[in-house]
Write a protein that binds this ligand. Structure first.
Ligand SMILES: [Zn+2]
Length: 384
């Protein structure tokens, strides 16, 4: 049956999903992978993003029309392109959305549109397998979080990644009801039983969390619950998980997802800032040839494909230029200083630098700090 609609994916991009996409293989049939640059800083506003997506998909249309394939396959691919167009139109201007990664295999009922908070170049691939490497370059930028909310009879396990939060498991263990205790010995026995139940519950939650980590290896862990419960629970956690704890929250097991999402975003921001500081320290202590401070040196290093880590001040919106021949970035206009080619104007040259750095598998951190301001808001630690 033909696919009617392509919904925007709202969950966490899990290992499981990536594995599923990676395993799909249709010998003799073309699978469509499409990446769309949806960054408002590049296209002005939501309407600009829509137009850019449309133009990019029009090129794909023409490409599909020219392919030496059967008419049935051509119709399928054109239909898939139209569905991508629809979801891109709807998603344009969405908060934190800077690119869209779409994977279509209608014959198998597989169709994903993954919203991503990092910029990418628009491009499409028609191969027997999905092309996932541009997606991996984005996923590489942040770490998945595990989140365990626990109380004495319930627990919820979440994954958080790239601004999304998804509940993975819910656990409920019945605790013996509080009954009227006729004598002191009975009371003692009841308390002992209750303690045993709590420990069994915490043990089960801890084991489930370990299993989740094995399947979806999160780098950082947050635990949440009542203050008096958390230390008791923490003792049950496997050392692998205990060592990953980055925060403890006083929060109800029934806290709404929006609250968790907001708090996780704050936590992630703090962590990314700490990582940016570490990168800066490493940069400052590196030999001079591995340091690039300021746009001119960073753009050269990007052109030479030497950038390992890029630090960028957010929301700068400096205008700039990109060479139409060798893609070298420049602050000023005029012919390219590397190849003499003509240059095209870009409205946000630092955002362009981020896009280029990601495409080179560099790590990028947005960072607001005096030290970076002294480098005009951009610096890089080079690979060699
Ligand atoms: Zn050039």
């Amino acid at each position: 049956m033909a696919l009617q609609q392509l919904p925007l994916y709202e969950g966490v991009i899990t290992r499981r999903l990536l594995r599923q996409l990676g395993e799909i293989h249709r010998p003799g049939e073309l699978l469509l992978s499409v990446y769309l640059d949806m960054a408002p800083s590049r296209w002005g506003d939501a309407e600009g993003v829509r137009i850019a997506a449309k133009n990019s998909l029009r090129q794909l249309h023409e490409h599909i029309r020219a392919l030496p394939i059967t008419n049935g396959e051509r119709q399928r691919l054109l239909r898939e392109t139209d569905l991508i167009q629809e979801v891109a139109t709807l998603a344009a201007g969405r908060r934190n959305l800077r690119s869209l990664a779409c994977f279509m295999a209608s014959a198998l009922g597989v169709a994903y549109a993954l919203p991503l908070p990092w910029p990418t170049f628009s491009r499409h691939f028609l191969e027997e397998r999905f092309v996932l490497w541009p997606l991996h370059q984005v996923l590489d930028q942040s770490d998945p979080f595990g989140l365990i909310l626990v109380d004495k009879d319930e627990a919820r396990l979440y994954l958080g990644y790239l601004g999304q939060v998804e509940e993975m498991t819910y656990i409920f263990d019945e605790v013996p009801p509080k009954i009227r205790i006729p004598d002191a010995f009975g009371e003692l026995e009841f308390r002992r039983k209750q303690v045993v139940y709590f420990h069994r519950h915490f043990g089960r939650v801890a084991y489930t969390a370990l299993r989740l980590w094995e399947q979806e290896p999160f780098r950082h862990l947050i635990i949440g619950g009542l203050w008096e419960v958390l230390p008791q629970f923490e003792r049950h956690l496997h050392r692998y998980l205990r060592e990953r704890i980055v925060a403890r929250w006083e929060v109800s097991v029934h806290a709404p997802k929006e609250e968790l999402q907001r708090r996780l975003e704050e936590e992630e921001k703090r962590l990314l800032e700490r990582q940016a500081e570490l990168i800066w320290h490493e940069l400052a202590e590196a030999p001079p040839e591995r340091q690039a401070r300021g746009p001119e040196r960073v753009f050269r290093a990007l052109w030479e494909q030497r950038v390992g880590y890029l630090l960028v001040q957010p929301n700068t919106h400096y205008h700039g230029h990109v060479c139409t021949q060798c893609q070298r970035l420049h602050l000023s206009g005029g012919p390219c200083i590397e190849c003499g080619g003509s240059v095209a104007h870009v409205p946000d040259i630092y955002e362009e630098a981020v896009r280029v750095a990601l495409a080179q598998s560099a790590h990028v951190r947005y960072w607001t700090a005096q030290a970076l301001e002294e480098c005009d808001g951009i610096a890089a630690l080079l690979r060699y």
